[in-house]
Design a protein around this ligand. Structure first.
Ligand code: CMC
Length: 434
C-alpha cells in the first residue's frame, strides 16, 4: 500500500518535508518544523471557527453531512429513535454500548435517585425575576450546583465523575421544570420517582391541584424521541465549549453551564425559539415569498435552515416531522405548520438556498411541535439542553480520558501594534481619524 504522507516543498527555504497522514488528517504540530530560520516559531494553520480542524479523536457520534447520516456509537439515529428510550441512549453515549436489561434497570434507578434539588437550590431559583429567561435561569442554576457538590472538582476520580454525571442527567429536568413554574408563578412540583424520565418531567411541568398527573403517553414518547435526537452531535459549538472549559479541569457543573450558555445562542440551540418568532412575524402562508426575498436580500436569516455539517438534509428534521404528526393527532394541528411547510417548499426550490445547500435543520420543526404540546417558545432551548447534557458529559469524559488532550489553548495571528512607548496621561491626544 502507498505510504500515506504529504510532501511539502517550502518555497521560502526550498526545503522539503514529508508529513504523515492518518485518517485523512495531518497533525498541525508537524507543520512547526517548517521554519525560515532558527528564530522562526514554525508554520501554523489559520482556521477561524474551526472550519477544517479536528480538535480531538472521538468514538461517540458519527456524522456524514453530505449523506445526511447521524449515528451514536455506530447505531443509526433512526433505529435509536424508533426502538430506544432516552435513558438507554444516554447510557450508550456515556458507556459506549447499549445496556442489558439489568444494566438499564440499575441505570434508570440511579438517575431517578438523583432528580431532587437541594432546597437551597430551589431558593436560589426563587431569586430570579418573574420574567427571567428560562435559559438564563438554567445556566446559572447548573453552575450553582457546583457549590452544592464541591467534591465534583475531583474530576480525575472515575467514581466521583460517575456520580456527578448521574446528578446532572437526573436534575436537569427538575431545574428545567422549576424555571418554567417560576416564570408562571406556580409552586414547584417535586419529582415523582415512580414515573419515567419524560413522564416525570411533564408531571413537574404541568401538574396543578390534581392528586396524580398522568402524562399523555403519546406526548411523553414524542418528547423522549426528541430527547434522543438532541442527545449528541459531535463537536458542535456547545460540545466544544464543554471540552474547552473541562480541559482546565473545572468541575462538570461549571463546564455544563458553559456548554448550556453556548447552546442558548440563536445560531445554535436558541434557533428553535427564533423559528417561532420568525413564523409569528411572517404571520400567514401568503407572506412567505416576500419573507424569503427579504432573506435573500440580506435582511436576516431563515432560522432553522442551514448547518455547518449537513449539506443535504438533517436526518433529525425528518424524524421530527414524523413525530410532530403523532403529536398533532393528540393536540390538534399547529397552524404555524402551514407557514413552515410553505417556507420549506419555496426555499427548497430557490436557487439561493440550493446553491448554498441550505436545508431545514433540527430546529425548524421542533418548535412547532413543542408549541403544540403547550410549551412557551422561551422553553424550547431548555428542552434541547436537557438531553444534550448526556452528550456533553460523554464528550467531557472522553476528553478527560484521552492522554493526548491538554488544556485547550488556540494560537493567534497577532495583528496589533509593534512595541511602543507609553505616553503619560496628560500628554495623550485622541487619535485622529482620516
Ligand atoms: N438563511 C439564509 N442564508 C443562510 C442561512 C440561513 N439560515 N444559513 C446560511 N446562510 C448563507 C450565509 O449567509 C452564507 O451566504 P454567502 O455565502 O452568500 O455569504 C452561506 O449561506 C453559508 O453560510 P455560513 O454562515 O458560512 O454557514 P455556517 O456553516 O458558518 O453556519 C449556521 C451554519 C447553522 C450557523 C447557519 O446556517 C445559520 O445561521 N442558520 C440559522 C440558525 C440555525 O438554524 N441554527 C441551528 C443550527 S442546527 C442546531 C444546532 O446547531 O443547535
Amino acid at each position: 500500500m502507498e505510504k500515506e504522507a504529504l510532501s511539502i516543498l517550502d518555497q521560502r527555504t526550498h526545503s522539503s518535508y514529508e508529513i504523515p497522514v492518518h485518517n485523512g488528517t495531518i497533525r498541525a504540530m508537524d507543520l512547526r518544523q517548517l521554519k525560515t530560520g532558527p528564530g522562526d516559531f514554525g508554520l501554523m494553520t489559520y482556521d477561524p471557527a474551526f472550519m477544517n480542524t479536528a480538535s480531538c479523536h472521538s468514538a461517540i457520534t458519527f456524522i456524514d453531512g453530505d449523506k445526511g447520516i447521524l449515528r451514536y456509537r455506530g447505531y443509526p439515529i433512526e433505529q435509536l429513535a424508533e426502538k430506544c428510550t432516552f435513558l438507554e441512549v444516554a447510557y450508550l453515549l456515556l458507556f459506549g454500548e447499549l445496556p442489558t436489561e439489568p444494566q438499564l434497570k440499575d441505570w434508570v434507578g440511579q438517575i431517578t435517585r438523583h432528580t431532587m434539588l437541594h432546597e437551597t437550590t430551589k431558593k436560589f431559583l426563587e431569586g430570579f425575576r418573574y420574567d427571567a429567561h428560562p435559559m438564563g435561569m438554567l445556566v446559572s442554576t447548573v453552575a450553582a450546583l457546583s457549590t452544592v457538590y464541591p467534591e465534583a472538582r475531583n474530576v480525575h476520580d472515575p467514581e466521583v465523575r460517575q456520580l456527578q454525571i448521574m446528578r446532572l442527567i437526573g436534575k436537569m429536568p427538575t431545574i428545567a421544570a422549576y424555571t418554567y413554574r417560576h416564570s408562571l408563578g406556580f409552586p414547584y412540583v417535586y419529582p415523582d420517582n415512580d414515573l419515567s424520565y419524560t413522564e416525570n418531567f411533564l408531571n413537574m411541568l404541568w401538574r396543578m391541584a390534581e392528586p396524580r398527573y398522568t402524562a399523555n403517553p403519546i406526548l411523553a414518547r414524542a418528547l423522549d424521541i426528541l430527547f434522543i435526537l438532541h442527545a449528541d452531535h459531535e463537536q458542535n459549538c456547545s460540545a466544544n465549549v464543554m471540552r474547552s472549559v473541562g480541559s482546565s479541569h473545572a468541575d462538570p457543573f461549571l463546564s455544563t453551564a458553559g456548554a448550556a450558555a453556548a447552546l442558548s445562542g440563536p445560531l445554535h440551540g436558541g434557533a428553535n425559539e427564533e423559528v417561532l418568532k420568525m413564523l409569528d412575524e411572517i404571520g400567514s402562508k401568503d407572506k412567505v415569498p416576500a419573507y424569503i426575498e427579504q432573506v435573500k436580500a440580506g435582511h436576516g436569516k431563515l432560522m432553522g435552515f442551514g448547518h455547518r455539517i449537513y449539506k443535504n438534509y438533517d436526518p433529525r428534521a425528518s424524524i421530527i416531522k414524523w413525530a410532530a404528526d403523532k403529536v398533532f393527532e393528540v393536540t390538534g394541528r399547529n397552524p404555524k405548520l402551514d407557514i413552515a411547510l410553505e417556507l420549506e417548499r419555496i426555499a427548497l426550490e430557490d436557487d439561493y438556498f440550493i446553491k448554498r445547500k441550505l436545508y431545514p435543520n433540527v430546529d425548524f420543526y421542533s418548535g412547532i411541535m413543542y408549541q403544540a404540546m403547550g410549551f412557551k417558545p422561551e422553553m424550547f432551548t431548555v428542552l434541547f439542553a436537557i438531553p444534550r447534557t448526556a452528550g456533553w458529559l460523554a464528550q467531557w469524559q472522553e476528553m478527560l480520558e484521552d492522554p493526548e488532550q491538554k488544556i485547550a489553548r488556540p494560537r493567534q495571528v497577532y495583528t496589533g501594534h509593534e512595541v511602543r512607548d507609553l505616553v503619560p496621561l496628560e500628554k495623550r491626544a485622541a487619535p485622529t481619524t482620516a
